[in-house]
Each structure stands twice: as C-alpha cells, then as structure tokens.
Design a protein around this ligand. Structure first.
Ligand SMILES: NC(=O)c1ccc[n+]([C@@H]2O[C@H](COP(=O)([O-])OP(=O)(O)OC[C@H]3O[C@@H](n4cnc5c(N)ncnc54)[C@H](O)[C@@H]3O)[C@@H](O)[C@H]2O)c1
Length: 326
C-alpha cells in the first residue's frame, strides 16, 4: 500500500460518505482530503480530515486544492445523477461534462499520479445487449446522464493514451447503502424500500415489479474503487469502463426478501413513467469478466447478504440510535 495523498471530490454524497472512512482506515487520516460542495462534512469526520470547498465547474478551485494539499490521487465522485439530470439539463451539462473535463485537466496539469473517475450502467442504451451486457459493446444512451458517462469513459481512454494520465474507473450499477440516502437516481427504490419497511412496514415503488436491474451493496462498491486504484497498471486493458456486477433483481424479488425479515411488509406500485423509461433502457445484468480477470474483482455480497446487513445497520440508525463511523 502506497502512502499517496488522496483527494475525494464530491465527498459528501452517497458513495463518498462510505469511501472516506475506508480510505482513512487504509491510508491514514493524514493522507485523505475531502472535497465538498455546498455542504459540510459530517461531525464525525470534520475534525479527523481536512476538507476543502470544490465546485468542479470552477477549474481554479480544483487545481488549487490539488496543489495546496500535495495530492497524488484524485477520486472524482461529483455528478448530477440520472433522474435529476433529465430535469436539470443545463446543470447536468455543467457538472457532468464541463466539471468532468475540468477535473481531467487539473489532474493532468499538476503532479497527480492517478485519477479515479466513475461511470455507470447508464452508459448503455436500448441497443446494448440487455442480458449479461458485455464490457465492450454498442453504447447508445438516450439520457444526458448516460451520455455524460460515455463522455467520461472516452475521455479516460483519451487522457491515458494521449496525455499519459493514469485514469481508472468502473461502471457502477445501482448502489445500495444505509449511511447516506441516494439523491436522484433511477435505482433509488432499492434503498427507499428499506426505510419504508423499517418505519412503516410498507413501500410504494416507482418502478414496475418485473424491472430487473443490476445492483451492488456499498461495501463491494468501495472495494471495487480501491482494488482498481491499487492494481498494477500493466494488467489493465480498459480504463474507466469496467463493468462490475454482484447481483441483479426486480422490485418484486426484493420485496420477497424484505418479507423474510418483516412478514407483514406490503409492497405497492405507482409507476413513475419517466424513471421507468430510463430503467427500461439499462442492462438487466452485466458481464464483468474483464474486471475479474484484469484486477481480481470479487464481490462479497449477494441479495440475501445485502438485505440482512441493510436491516441490521439501518434499524440501528433509524430506531436504536445513531451509528458512529470508524
Ligand atoms: N449511487 C449510485 O447508485 C451510482 C450508480 C452508478 C454510478 N454512480 C456514480 O458514482 C459517483 C458518485 O455518486 P453518488 O451516488 O455518491 O452521488 P451523490 O449525488 O450522492 O453525490 C454526488 C456528489 O457530487 C457533488 N456535487 C454536485 N455538484 C457539484 C459541483 N458542481 N462540484 C462539486 N461537487 C458537486 C454533491 O455535493 C455530492 O457530494 C457519480 O459519478 C455517479 O454518477 C452512482
């Protein structure tokens, strides 16, 4: 394990809030800096690591944060997610295209050794094979979010090949976690359902019962980012476009798993057709053999393991009192 100094941009979001404690555990609190936007770090992290305000649409803020903090590795998690991006097109363009380009440029123009960027299954479209979607296949997303993810992936290849920047990243499926609620994604039902089950024994789902989507539990998502970051570069044949999979399920299948924990749980459906249309254009399962072969991707959580862990942690958070991060 190297002693790199790491900057996480978009640190206070769903993934950043779980990534930061794992990075602190692994590399030490002196080597992690949180880039936050329009918010503060949670109290339990505030006095442990430095934070710096970064708006990715402002190039100078990114470059200054990198230089001031002598950063070697940047994780860029700043993004406007799928559902919000469709509603706030201009904002999504500014953050997901211009902001992403600014992060690539700022890392290239400084002493940064590695950039971790994040793509999504939204980078596929309705002409991509839907079942077991291959790593390398046709990509025709029809959302601004999906198009921005293809842009990020292609920029990753470009900066690696033409500018010598060590860029890496994965295409995440829907991420399920209990610490911070997701913001505006199409797969958010798979988190909201746990809040509904624990607090009200019921949930009204905005996707149809048979909508199969790939999903992942947060601990595996964080392991994916860190393993890929630490892997020997010579093994990598891809850059920001690794499929990573661990489970796929439908709302109806998740409801059956929830009933295993709460037998009188009631699932209702009120379909939001704009989110349904987005979900229908995405893969239902992924072929992640490239990630397994090139950097030993090996997820730990399946559907029932994720449900057990979500119930334990979310019940503690919502009912038994706050959990303190390590
Ligand atoms: N959560 C998922 O299910 C999921 C799935 C696939 C891919 N991803 C990708 O993972 C990455 C992280 O997603 P997340 O789930 O943590 O999202 P999130 O919405 O919870 O967090 C996004 C972060 O971006 C920050 N941000 C927004 N505008 C910004 C700006 N102008 N400058 C700097 N920061 C800004 C927000 O403050 C927030 O901290 C994103 O690239 C997202 O596309 C997430």
């Amino acid at each position: 394990m190297s002693k790199n100094r790491i900057l996480v941009i978009g640190a206070s979001g769903q993934i950043g809030s779980d990534l930061i404690p794992r990075l602190i555990d692994r590399y030490g609190n002196n080597n992690v800096v949180a880039g936050v936007y329009n918010c503060e770090l949670p109290d339990d992290l505030k006095n442990i690591i430095p934070d710096v305000s970064i708006d990715v649409t402002k190039y100078d803020q990114i470059e200054k944060a990198i230089i001031d903090n002598k950063i070697d590795v940047v994780y860029n998690l700043a993004s406007i997610l799928s559902t919000l991006a469709e509603k706030e097109f201009q904002l999504a363009y500014e953050v997901n295209f211009n902001g992403t380009l600014n992060v690539f440029e700022a890392t290239r123009n400084t002493e940064v050794k590695q950039l971790i960027a994040v793509s999504s299954i939204a980078a596929f479209g309705d002409r991509s094979p839907k079942i077991n979607t291959p790593n390398d296949t046709i990509q025709n997303p029809n959302t601004i979010y999906g198009i921005s993810k293809v842009f990020t992936e292609l920029l990753g290849n470009y900066y690696f090949e033409k500018k010598g920047l060590d860029v890496r990243g994965v295409r995440f499926p829907g991420i399920i976690s209990w610490k911070v609620e997701p913001t505006a994604g199409t797969t958010d039902y798979a988190v909201e359902i746990f809040y509904g089950a624990i607090l009200n024994k019921s949930y009204t789902c905005f996707l149809a019962p048979d909508t199969r989507l790939p999903m992942m539990y947060m601990p595996d998502a964080i392991s994916a980012l860190i393993s890929l970051s630490e892997c020997d570069s010579s093994r990598l044949k891809h850059r920001v476009d690794y499929n990573v999979a661990s489970m796929d399920f439908t709302p109806a299948e998740l409801a059956i798993e929830i009933k295993r924990k709460i037998p009188d749980f009631e699932m209702n459906y009120e379909i939001d057709y704009s989110r349904q249309e987005i979900a229908d254009s995405w893969p239902s399962s992924l072929d992640d053999s490239a990630a397994r072969a090139e950097w030993d991707w090996d997820p730990k959580f399946n559907l029932s393991g994720m449900v057990d862990d979500m119930f334990e942690n979310l019940t503690a958070k919502l009912i038994d009192g706050p959990i303190h991060l390590p």
